[in-house]
Each structure stands twice: as C-alpha cells, then as structure tokens.
Design a protein around this ligand. Structure first.
Ligand code: ZN
Ligand code: ZN
Length: 280
C-alpha cells in the first residue's frame, strides 16, 4: 500500500486507529483484515516521499465520503467495495462470500480500490494517544544507575540521534553499535551484589526421604568440612557429590571471593544476536 521500501525490518510509524474490519479468504481459510488510519492526519508522515505535498488541511477535507457499499442479494448484508477487481459479499457465512458478482469466481489479483484507500474518518472523533512514540527514558535511567532493574534490560532511544539502542553491553548502551548511530553512550555504575543476596542462608539442605528418588549415603566425616553424598547405581557404579558449605565457600580466594571479583572486572560480556532470530 505504501509503495515504498521502509528502512528497517520493524518500523515505528505513527498512532493509528482501526476504521474497517472485514473477512476475506486468506489462502484456503477465512481470516480477518483491517484498515488502519493515522490518528494525526495533519502531520506529514515521516515515510512520505520527500517531494510529496503537505497533507490537505483538515478544514478543506470532506469526511463524509465513504467507499461504495452494496447490499448482498443472498444474505442482505452490506459490504463495502474494497478491491479493484469488483464488489464481493464479505459476510463469511453467506454462499456468495468472496465471490465476484457475475462469474462467481474468487478474485485473483488484489489491489485496493482508490475510494477505499483514500477515504478518511473524521479525526475529531479520534482517541488521543496515551504515550509518546519516542519516550525519553533518560530520567528513568538516571534513577537506575544505582540498581539493576527490569527496565535496564531493555533498549533506549538515543537522546541525540533518536536511533533505538538495544542493551547489548553488560554495563550499558552504545549508540555507535547501531548502524548510522552517533557517539552517545550510557554506562551504568553497577554495584557488586553480595553472595548472601542471591543464595539462601544455609547451603546444607535437609535430605527428605522420597520413594521416587534414590537416597544417598551421607558421610560428614571422611572429607570434612565437605559433606559427602554417595549414590550407588546398581550394575553401573557410584556418584559422589561433595557438598560445600558456608565455611568452604567463604575461604580466602574461594567461591564467594570469585563471585565478587567477577563483578568487579570487565569481562567484556555482551549479547549476540541469536542465529535463528527473526528480529534485530
Ligand atoms: Zn452475502
Ligand atoms: Zn545516537
């Protein structure tokens, strides 16, 4: 319909409202289609051709024009004429549904009729958008600096060049990662998380008898301070699990220290696109 190649795979265009919903055959199934109309008709669309004229002022438009609507001879329901190839009944329960009058065949080429494309519903009845399409997240992010909250996982809109920047880097956002982006970057001060914030107080869990699970032999002496759990697999061998505890993990240069050090150095962590991903 646009007659134009859009710059990205996904494009945020404008706020729209639904003006028409109708049934048609999509492959061999009946499916719904809808027609959208831009909410702000006075605003020139960013995707309009550069040499196209400005939109006609609202007070010079006739909002009473509607595409031709015809009553079906079989089901007596009205349907608008949507396609060039001719009028069709769009009532999905009618025998004449999606058939051209005269030869009763389904249309082969689907191009929209100009009166269906060009009519506009009076914009004064439009709902008002509740959100900006390009919200500024900077005030949110300034509040984030102290923490790692859900919003910080997401992308932001560059305050300088308005490109969308996804959260690729562990520490923040870089506009230079985006094709055509600028040099803006926002790196967060990430405070190391203490180990006791992410693990339960006791590492030693009670072993509860469960008929479905194999019970290990518990040995707290041989490898102390490790607890040794041995599972014997009949005819196979055995598996021994050395269970750590707070005394072990809190040793100097032990696992707790490792957990803290990993957060203090820059490991160069970043997100890479999935090979099978559909979007960017
Ligand atoms: Zn009909
Ligand atoms: Zn930028």
């Amino acid at each position: 319909v646009l007659g134009k190649q859009l710059p990205h795979r996904f494009n945020v265009m404008a706020w729209f409202r639904v003006t028409d919903i109708w049934f048609e055959m999509i492959g061999d199934k009946k499916g719904l289609q809808c027609r959208l109309q831009k909410l702000d008709l006075a605003d020139k669309s960013w995707w309009a051709a550069l040499d196209s004229s400005d939109p006609l002022p609202l007070n010079q438009r006739n909002f009473d024009i509607r595409p031709e609507s015809i009553k079906c001879l079989y089901c007596h329901q009205k349907s608008p004429r949507i396609y060039d190839s001719g009028w069709m009944c769009l009532n999905p329960t009618c025998n004449m549904f999606w058939k051209l009058v005269g030869n009763g065949a389904a249309p082969t080429s689907l191009s929209y009729h100009c009166s269906f494309l060009n009519y506009r519903v009076d914009p004064t009845t439009n709902p008002v958008p509740r959100y900006q399409l390009t919200p500024s997240y900077l005030h949110v992010i300034n509040a984030l600096v102290r923490d790692t909250i859900r919003e910080a996982w997401r992308g932001i809109i560059c305050p300088f060049c308005a490109h969308c920047i996804s959260r690729v880097y562990w520490r923040g956002w870089k506009c230079s990662e985006v094709p055509g982006g600028c040099h803006f970057q926002l790196m967060l001060q990430l405070n190391p998380i203490a180990i006791n914030q992410v693990t339960s107080v006791s590492l030693r869990r009670k072993i509860r008898p469960n008929k479905l699970l194999m019970l290990p032999v518990v040995n707290d002496r041989s490898a102390a301070p490790y607890r040794q759990l041995t599972y014997t697999l009949p005819g196979v061998g055995s598996i021994t699990h050395f269970v750590a505890n707070r005394q072990i993990t809190s040793r100097q240069n032990g696992p707790d220290d490792l957990f803290r050090k990993f957060q203090e150095i820059d490991l160069g962590l970043k997100r890479f696109p999935l090979k099978q991903s559909q979007g960017k």
